[in-house]
Design a protein around this ligand. Structure first.
Ligand SMILES: *[C@@H]1O[C@H](CO)[C@@H](O)[C@H](O)[C@H]1NC(C)=O
Ligand SMILES: *[C@@H]1O[C@H](CO)[C@@H](O)[C@H](O)[C@H]1NC(C)=O
Ligand SMILES: *[C@@H]1O[C@H](CO)[C@@H](O)[C@H](O)[C@H]1NC(C)=O
Ligand SMILES: *[C@@H]1O[C@H](CO)[C@@H](O)[C@H](O)[C@H]1NC(C)=O
Length: 420
């Protein structure tokens, strides 16, 4: 009998809450929204969040990392595609990397969730945001890809298939870089710091993503007066401002605040995490776990918030081999043990992963999508004043998947003097 009681409560509580807020807001002001929109599926059941948080921590444990940005969804989807072309330990290590923190809805496989999320983001392109994405696997001096692998990885994970030329590692790098530039629609990515030395039989996974969100409601630019962004260097930046109703949460114990700003059409949103006071992100980076973040997102409630953000770009070029190895992907890199027998029909004892490289760029600007919305009733707003480093997430509303995760440690602008 006992288990039934909490079950009833779970059902009836949301109904009461929805009714409560609907009657309340209609009395308060005709312009106020009737109820908060439903939340996207939680991060705990999602492979892109599971990989994203772990990869972020691995990247940020290197104290030299600045403006780290990557697409958990693209990395996960490309690894997922390779995983389906592998067997044995190689396959199970990929599966472990993509395992969500909690069972996903209806027990869906990671591969299905990732494939669905990619489709959802691509379909939203042009309304909530402008998005360019490319993913490819490059093959160096190896037997051709199997037809089956090409077909499945292309249709499910949008993976392109390319071969690297016969040249040396410099030529390979140039080929990868040119590919990335096209994928970023002409944007020149930063040079790769790590060297890529592709041996015969190497598979190189590459992702390129460029993102610009369109807010649900436009920000205003304080274009005349520049403000100081207190990052790695103190720089002069244009600040953008908007006061409105946003999901917001303050964790007073950890001195961190979270705000979630919807993008046009409500199909995706930007989540920002920032320490209360001016500090670099080292403390927050260490604190951040998927469990804690999920708790914050769950607790966030719609309230009046005055958001100020720098107009800035975060761009990042990363080689992820070290971090993925540290997270347990070990066999794939080793020519002697890697098993990519599904990638190429004649691959036994040859194919191995030679690199995972990643280009990403996020633009923070003031624009919103086009269309009129009712006025909001903003009262005594909380302040989210982004004049110091913060963490950014872009999540899909429909599937809940994590398209982007990154840190703004430094905003480009005229330097004042070195600090932090
Ligand atoms: C909001 O609802 C609560 C309970 O339903 C009620 O006590 C309160 O007066 C309402 N507030 C407004 C502004 O209507
Ligand atoms: C966001 O997703 C939820 C379900 O996850 C859905 O109910 C809601 O309508 C979506 N909002 C928009 C604006 O698409
Ligand atoms: C998004 O739309 C732009 C402009 O139409 C296009 O160039 C780009 O390739 C699209 N991106 C994706 C991921 O489909
Ligand atoms: C960000 O990048 C875009 C595209 O390259 C550029 O148009 C814009 O001016 C940049 N914004 C800032 C603040 O540098």
């Amino acid at each position: 009998m006992l288990p039934r009681l909490p079950f009833c409560l779970l059902i009836s509580l949301p109904v009461l809450l929805v009714q409560g807020s609907a009657t309340n807001s209609s009395k308060m002001s005709p312009a106020a929204p009737t109820s908060a929109p439903p939340r996207p599926p939680p991060p705990l059941g999602d492979p892109s969040w599971a990989l994203g948080l772990r990869l972020y921590q691995a990247l940020r444990s290197d104290s030299g990392s600045v403006n780290t940005l990557f697409s958990p969804l693209l990395v996960a989807a490309s690894l997922g595609a390779l995983g389906e072309g592998s067997a044995g330990n190689t396959a199970s290590q990929v599966q472990d990397l993509l395992k969500p923190a909690a069972p996903s809805k209806a027990g869906a496989q990671a591969g299905e969730l990732l494939s669905e999320a990619l489709k959802s983001f691509t379909d939203t392109n042009g309304t909530s945001f402008h998005l360019h994405v490319s993913s490819a696997v490059f093959l160096k001096q190896a037997p051709a890809f199997s037809k089956e692998f090409v077909k499945k990885s292309q249709s499910r994970f949008r993976l392109q298939h390319q071969t690297l030329g016969k040249g040396d590692s410099k030529a390979d790098l140039k080929q990868l870089h040119d590919w990335a530039k096209a994928g970023l629609s002409g944007l020149e990515g930063a040079p790769l710091e790590a060297e890529i030395k592709a041996k015969a039989g190497a598979l190189i996974l590459a992702n390129a993503l460029r993102f610009k969100g369109l807010w649900e409601r436009e920000f205003s630019e304080g274009s005349a007066d520049l403000r100081t962004f207190l990052g790695k260097k103190y720089t002069k930046v244009v600040m953008m401002h908007r006061a409105g109703l946003y999901r917001h949460h303050e964790d007073v114990g950890n001195m961190v605040q979270l705000v979630e700003a919807p993008l046009w059409g409500g199909k995706a949103s930007l989540v920002l995490l920032m320490p209360f006071h001016v500090e670099n992100l080292a403390r927050l980076d260490k604190l951040l776990t998927l469990e804690l973040l999920s708790k914050w997102l769950e607790k966030a409630s719609v309230t009046s918030v005055a958001i100020s953000l720098p107009k800035a770009n975060i761009t990042s070029t990363l080689s992820l081999q070290k971090q993925l190895s540290a997270l347990g992907l070990t066999d794939a890199w080793d020519q002697k043990v890697a098993d990519f027998s599904g990638v190429s029909d004649k691959s036994k004892g040859k194919l191995h992963l030679g690199g995972v490289v990643h280009w990403a760029s996020l633009e923070l600007a003031a624009q919103a999508g086009k269309g009129d919305l009712e006025d909001e009733n903003v009262e005594k707003p909380k302040l989210f004043y982004g004049d110091h480093p913060f963490i950014v997430f872009v999540r899909d509303n429909t599937t809940g998947a994590l398209l982007l995760m990154g840190a703004l440690d430094h905003a480009e602008g005229e330097a004042l003097h070195d600090e932090l």
